[in-house]
Design a protein around this ligand. Structure first.
Ligand SMILES: *[C@@H]1O[C@H](CO)[C@@H](O)[C@H](O)[C@H]1NC(C)=O
Ligand SMILES: *[C@@H]1O[C@H](CO)[C@@H](O)[C@H](O)[C@H]1NC(C)=O
Ligand SMILES: *[C@@H]1O[C@H](CO)[C@@H](O)[C@H](O)[C@H]1NC(C)=O
Ligand SMILES: *[C@@H]1O[C@H](CO)[C@@H](O)[C@H](O)[C@H]1NC(C)=O
Ligand SMILES: *[C@@H]1O[C@H](CO)[C@@H](O)[C@H](O)[C@H]1NC(C)=O
Ligand SMILES: *[C@@H]1O[C@H](CO)[C@@H](O)[C@H](O)[C@H]1NC(C)=O
Ligand SMILES: *[C@@H]1O[C@H](CO)[C@@H](O)[C@H](O)[C@H]1NC(C)=O
Ligand SMILES: *[C@@H]1O[C@H](CO)[C@@H](O)[C@H](O)[C@H]1NC(C)=O
Ligand SMILES: *[C@@H]1O[C@H](CO)[C@@H](O)[C@H](O)[C@H]1NC(C)=O
Ligand SMILES: *[C@@H]1O[C@H](CO)[C@@H](O)[C@H](O)[C@H]1NC(C)=O
Ligand SMILES: *[C@@H]1O[C@H](CO)[C@@H](O)[C@H](O)[C@H]1NC(C)=O
Ligand SMILES: *[C@@H]1O[C@H](CO)[C@@H](O)[C@H](O)[C@H]1NC(C)=O
Length: 657
């Protein structure tokens, strides 16, 4: 009897453990990687393909020559060469690059703001056998590897391997979250975001020591290639894994970057421990007056009003996904001192007057800046909600009054109703992307119509490669773009969010200069891979956690799985499909799984179902659907204008009216 056979315990376990849509996951199945193909050959080389995964045998370099290999996607790791034969004088060098733009047999792409990084050289003349790079020469991200023989001798290599070092504590393909829709580009974007964040999760003892900052302070420019110009041996946090800004660089903890990265980690790998170690390293640097760091060590101490606030957002957001009350309580006094420090900038207009320019490398961060004030407004509302959870209402009156003052003053002093956008401050006509996206995210607007107008005005500025950030020159910022995506959903414009993902993240995924697997940190409005704040273009990181906004936006908004209370003890299911006709998604918190599926047409939703953990409760907003929700416990609830409240956890299905 086939049905009995299918229900044997072993098969049941297999079914439970299967990862939905695992075929989209870009992380490798094994940590031992070989190149997948030969990209190009220079000079006389026999059997270059022998070093790829598809062929065996030796590759032989005859005199000065090189081969560039492609790993098919961005990876990270420590390289080993298995040398078959080489005379005493022989050297083999390897160079790394994320983009094919910087393939070279003389240098790697860059990790500093000057010059290029030197190759790693192996003195293979010491005999046949295995040569392995030291741990500090882990390369944080590369897709292309060029193997160079620089002498007249003949050298045979039997294999080249990379030990994959990213996401050191993760079972690389055991995602806790998944997403699937009828739009393949959107699906690939969700998974590339999740994979980018795996590349940005690192062994904390392999952070950048930033010695090049010291080098750069000297008056000499660095010439190409710099000798032993890069190494990764600074311990940046406690623990066994931590989340950094970028995989190649900076390999430092940056709180702003984490505001996007944290949410996308939470709905995909759920590796929140790597975020906890990062946040703790920032709280360890808090000053006596409450001020938090611009970045983790060894970055030098700079005041940044916005990045200070991003650490507070990180703490609140981590608590939202973990529900770890003990952790929150441990940091609560520090959190409150952080809020207090920010309040000292609020003047009698009601707005914070920003006197520290450091932010996400935008310019003009000063005075009554809209981005800084929108973020402060967001943080004050967060703080009030945390205070209620901890039942410490000592400051909430003042926070609430200050928040109201910010909202009133921002709308009086900074709203430009000619443009339907906020200006950057009172003395400029520039309408920034960051402040307007944050105004939507923070609900700084006074009406839904105003939010819709901002969404429309932002969308009308898109160019052929995405949404501009005029506050940073002619830059497309996938970081601020991530907040803009959330803003369009919050303004009830899911099609704009999807269109921006397809336009901007589609470009970032499929343009041949990219890695087809991870997201770049920034580029120009003309599509060139120049990021205006850097004078050295090869430095741009092609795996930057702050560019992964679509992953959480799709799960939270398109699929509609919103956590309200800690770890989702209360929740809201509010799908906003736009023109997606089929969506399935899920993720887990310590309380259990949140999952959903629906099909949608111009007639509305059908085959709609969602599951939330037992012992939770929530509400739904499902368009203007009429009909009934029926639970697996036999409870039915009538939807009124698509809404219902007070639903218990469990599996619910929409039945037709
Ligand atoms: C081949 O290598 C030589 C010597 O390094 C270099 O000058 C030349 O540009 C390279 N050619 C290609 C096509 O990379
Ligand atoms: C590779 O080279 C080594 C040393 O010359 C030789 O012993 C071995 O047979 C070669 N392997 C293959 C597959 O040709
Ligand atoms: C090859 O590179 C090594 C390491 O940089 C260097 O010591 C050696 O002089 C180079 N050999 C030639 C012929 O350029
Ligand atoms: C360093 O490079 C910059 C930019 O190319 C140039 O303006 C400056 O004169 C250089 N400095 C020295 C000491 O060569
Ligand atoms: C890191 O490596 C550099 C270069 O080899 C070395 O000078 C430095 O002392 C090392 N730092 C630590 C903390 O090991
Ligand atoms: C590491 O943990 C120790 C002990 O809890 C703490 O004192 C220190 O501040 C932590 N350091 C970082 C960088 O998180
Ligand atoms: C006000 O905003 C403009 C545009 O971003 C900027 O150029 C200017 O520096 C800002 N003012 C201050 C005081 O930061
Ligand atoms: C902000 O504070 C600085 C320093 O006190 C002051 O010079 C500046 O005029 C203030 N800006 C505004 C817009 O009030
Ligand atoms: C209340 O908030 C204001 C800013 O609105 C701040 O200046 C003041 O220090 C706060 N008072 C207390 C007691 O925290
Ligand atoms: C946003 O603010 C308005 C008042 O300005 C309020 O009516 C609305 O409920 C707020 N929205 C949310 C989601 O908090
Ligand atoms: C959704 O809209 C985009 C453009 O906005 C279009 O390219 C795509 O085909 C649409 N998909 C469906 C299923 O209608
Ligand atoms: C949730 O509750 C239902 C109904 O009581 C029960 O059948 C199910 O096993 C529970 N699920 C979990 C994960 O505890």
């Amino acid at each position: 009897m086939r049905s009995y056979w299918l229900l044997t315990p072993a098969l049941l376990v297999f079914t439970v453990l299967a990862i939905p849509y695992e075929e989209y996951i870009l992380a490798p199945a094994s940590r031992n990687l070989l190149p997948t193909s030969v990209y190009q050959v220079n000079g006389s080389v026999t059997n270059p393909a022998a070093l790829t995964s598809s062929t065996t045998g030796n590759t032989t370099f005859h005199g000065t020559s090189s081969v560039t290999y492609d790993f098919g996607r961005n990876i990270a790791g420590i390289i080993s060469l298995d040398v078959a034969s080489a005379p005493a004088s022989a050297f083999i060098g390897v160079t790394f690059t994320e983009s094919h733009l910087w393939i070279s047999n003389e240098a790697c792409d860059a990790t500093s703001d000057a010059g290029l990084d030197s190759p790693l050289w192996f003195h293979v003349g010491r005999g046949s056998g295995l040569y392995t790079a030291g741990k500090k020469h882990t390369r944080g991200a590369f897709r292309y590897l060029t193997v160079v023989s620089n002498t007249t001798s003949t050298v045979s290599i039997n294999s080249i391997r990379v030990y994959y070092t990213a996401a050191p504590t993760q079972d690389l393909r055991a995602y806790k979250g998944y997403f699937h829709s009828n739009d393949e580009l959107i699906n690939r974007i969700w998974y590339a975001g999740a994979y980018t964040l795996q590349l940005c999760s690192i062994d904390p003892s392999t952070g950048d020591s930033l010695e090049w900052l010291g080098i750069l302070d000297s008056t000499d420019n660095i010439t190409l290639p710099r000798t032993d110009s890069w190494w990764l041996n600074y311990t940046i946090t406690n623990g066994s894994s931590t989340l950094v800004d970028g995989a190649k660089r900076d390999r430092l903890v940056w709180p702003g970057d984490m505001s996007i990265a944290l949410e996308s980690v939470a709905v995909s790998t759920a590796d929140l421990d790597s975020i906890r170690t990062a946040l703790e390293s920032l709280f360890a640097l808090q000053k006596a007056n409450g001020r938090l760091a611009y970045a983790g060590k060894p970055f030098y101490d700079i005041v940044s009003f916005t990045y200070h606030l991003h650490s507070l957002i990180g703490a609140s957001s981590l608590f939202q996904y973990t529900g770890d009350l003990a952790w929150l309580s441990r940091y609560w006094e520090q959190y409150k001192r952080g809020v207090q420090w920010a309040l000292t900038s609020v003047d009698d207009t009601g707005l914070a007057n920003i006197t520290a320019s450091a932010d996400w490398l935008r310019s003009g961060m000063g005075a009554h800046n809209i981005e800084a004030n929108a973020i402060l407004y967001y943080v004050l509302n967060d703080a009030i909600s945390l205070a209620q959870t901890l039942d410490d209402l000592s400051s909430t009156k003042n926070w609430s009054k200050t928040a109201t003052g910010i909202k009133t003053a921002a709308n009086n002093l900074l709203w430009d109703d000619q443009s339907d956008l906020y200006t950057d401050n009172e003395t400029t006509t520039l309408h920034p992307q960051d402040g307007n996206a944050w105004a939507l995210k923070a609900n700084l607007t006074t009406s839904f119509n105003q939010s819709e107008a901002i969404s429309s005005a932002l969308a009308s500025r898109w160019g052929p490669y995405g949404a501009p950030a005029p506050e940073a020159g002619s830059t497309v910022s996938p970081f601020i773009g991530g907040f803009e995506l959330q803003g369009h959903y919050l303004a009830g414009q899911p099609d704009r969010a999807l269109d921006l993902m397809r336009l901007q993240w589609g470009f970032m995924l499929d343009d041949p200069r990219m890695t087809s697997s991870s997201f770049i940190e920034g580029y120009s409005t003309d599509g060139s891979l120049v990021y205006a704040p850097y004078r050295n273009t090869p430095r741009v990181s092609h795996a930057h956690g702050w560019s992964t906004g679509p992953t959480s936006a799709l799960t939270s908004y398109a699929a509609g799985l919103h956590l309200i209370g800690p770890a989702g003890v209360t929740w809201l299911f509010k799908p906003q499909p736009g023109n997606l006709t089929q969506v399935e998604a899920g993720f887990t918190t310590p309380l259990g799984s949140f999952e959903m599926a629906f099909r949608s047409s111009t007639e509305g939703f059908y085959q709609l179902t969602f599951t939330t953990p037992n012992d939770t409760s929530g509400s739904v907003e499902i368009g203007d659907v009429t009909g009934e929700l029926v639970s697996d416990r036999g409870v039915s609830v009538q939807l009124v204008n698509g809404r219902a409240t007070g639903l218990q956890g469990g599996t619910w299905r929409l039945t037709s009216p």
